[in-house]
Design a protein. Sequence first.
Length: 93
Amino acid sequence: MQEVSALRHVLRSQQFSVEFLRALFQRAWELSSLVRSTDVTDRETLSELLSDHRVITLFYEPSTRTRLSFEAAATYAGATVLSTENAHDFSSA
């Protein structure tokens, strides 16, 4: 998945090659298998995936369920999560 390193923004579906999408869905399947696994080694692998990364969630509209599901997934993968609610009310943008 060499295109991932250059990926910054998703603007349209046509920006992805068929090969990239196949690799992406294959990786998603592998991660899904780790999530469903009861094997301790798989769980450790999953919890270390993002151990050296931060995920920042920024929601401009109230969406507790969505925000919490994003945060839970990131935490499950080992990331540190920083978040803000109602960014629209607190943003200078």
